[in-house]
Design a protein around this ligand. Structure first.
Ligand code: PMP
Ligand code: GLN
Length: 429
């Protein structure tokens, strides 16, 4: 008879079973309590008042049904509002019943899309750096991830300033990955961690490959409302012939700055959605009713002021821009070389200018960025995320010289980060 250890070992489809970067760094933050946590991406301040008010009103209303199960594929009021938000942006009427699924965060939308479409041996193309769960989800579906990395082009701007547009696709390499086994490509625009907003030329290149090889595109667009002017977010589903083969993913956590509400969605034509509905109905079945009701009311509120600059879907980027600029400046003044993001709320910064000031030999991690982020958190008191978590094993070296900083934080905490970095630098002179 096999031993307990053998019989109950982790199924190989989940890899070696190491804690994800989020589990590890959230634990690190809880244990070591760094004075400033710029690691995991969440705001450390309140969501818009009407959003939290919507939830508190639900908790005291006199309709008992808002506390019971709702429609499995999405609370009716929420899918209707999602249809109202996205139909004009996609340029077609999205059917709230058959073309939208509400999920337990964008995570579950990705999970349902990947598990619902990827079969044993199917290949899925992933652009690195990538949101780390894509890889595990593909493998747990029996699929084979194929990677191509964004490359940092030497910017020709004066002063060597790098922006996320300087991280570019290797078009030839991307095209070479498509073959008969390719089922899917996962696109993430605006991009985590780089803040890259894929431009029309890049999206057309991807779209043409998808059409040529009959491939479905999952477009993870959770940072869609945080794009800094003059950059504009383009939804790949709006390109000719792409609605038919795109599953777009969004997140209420990102949209309304309530990451703890863990509600997301996917929208796509009914024939593609069907597979996601099957996965969802058999693992989650239905998401939290009061949260869905509150998100629906929040969208209703924003739709009523859609054209006003106060609409949160427009004002969020304006609110974040000075924070981005402050952190970029702070990083430059303290020896980092940041990539200025065109979207999202992360900055990836090259720390190798500080290599002679920090002794990483006490840290035991395999990759330098893990050693740097841990030692920097201990010495400077600022916690960040190691970007090698966003690369496949053979390409991890591409992320080792960087650290990811989150800037959706109170101004006072960003100011504290500046003070701590300055003090750390002064000590190292
Ligand atoms: N995709 C990307 C690119 C993300 O950064 C995140 C984290 N918000 C998710 C998906 C998951 O989002 P959620 O918190 O809604 O599950
Ligand atoms: N998307 C967020 C980030 O990149 C949160 C990730 C997570 O909690 N898994 O920081």
């Amino acid at each position: 008879m096999s031993s307990v250890a053998d019989k109950f070992k982790l199924p190989a489809r989940y890899g070696t079973g190491e804690a994800s970067v989020w589990v590890e760094y959230v634990r690190l933050a809880a244990e070591s309590k760094p004075p400033v946590n710029l690691g995991q991406g969440f705001p450390d301040y309140h969501a818009p008042a009407h959003v939290t008010k919507a939830l508190s009103e639900i908790s005291s209303n006199d309709n008992p049904l808002t506390h019971q199960y709702t429609r499995g594929y999405g609370h009716p009021k929420l899918v209707q509002n999602l249809s109202k938000v996205y139909s004009p942006l996609i340029g077609r009427e999205i059917d709230p019943i058959n073309e939208i699924l509400v999920t337990y965060g964008a995570y579950e939308a990705l999970y349902a899309a990947i598990l619902g479409h990827v079969d044993h041996g199917d290949e899925v193309i992933v652009i690195e750096p990538f949101f780390d769960c894509y890889d595990v989800m593909i493998k747990s579906a029996g699929g084979v991830p194929r990677f191509t990395a964004l490359r940092l082009q030497q910017p020709n701007k004066s002063g060597g300033e790098v922006t996320s547009a300087d991280w570019v696709l290797d078009e030839q390499e991307l095209a070479s990955l498509f073959n008969d086994k390719t089922k899917m490509i996962i696109l993430n625009t605006p991009h985590n961690p780089l803040g890259k907003v894929f431009n029309m030329k890049e999206l057309e290149f991807i779209a043409n490959l998808c059409k040529k090889h009959n491939v479905v595109c999952i477009s993870d667009e959770v940072y869609e409302w945080m794009v800094y002017e003059p950059k504009q977010h383009i939804r790949i589903a709006t390109l000719p012939g792409m609605w038919e083969r795109t599953i777009t993913v969004g997140s209420a956590g990102k949209t309304f700055s309530v990451t703890g509400w863990k509600t997301g969605w996917a929208y796509a034509p009914a024939n593609l959605m069907k597979n996601l509905l099957i996965v969802h109905q058999n693992c989650v079945y239905t998401c939290c009713t009061p949260i869905q009701e509150a998100i629906a009311s929040s969208f209703e509120y924003e739709l009523a002021r859609r054209d006003s600059p106060d609409c949160y879907l427009r004002s969020l980027a304006r609110e974040l821009l000075p924070k981005r600029d402050f952190l970029v400046k702070t990083l430059r003044e303290n020896g980092f070389n940041p990539t200025v993001p065109e979207a999202g709320y992360f900055i990836v910064a090259d720390w190798t200018g500080l290599a002679n000031k920090i002794d990483l030999s006490s840290e035991k991690d395999k990759y330098k960025d893990y050693r740097f982020t841990k030692k920097f958190a201990k010495e400077a008191g600022v916690l960040t995320i190691p970007p090698t978590a966003f690369y496949s094993e053979p390409h991890k070296h591409l992320g080792e010289n960087f650290a990811r900083f989150c800037f959706i934080k109170k101004d006072e905490n960003l100011a504290l980060a500046e003070k701590l970095m300055k003090e750390w630098n002064a000590k190292k002179k």
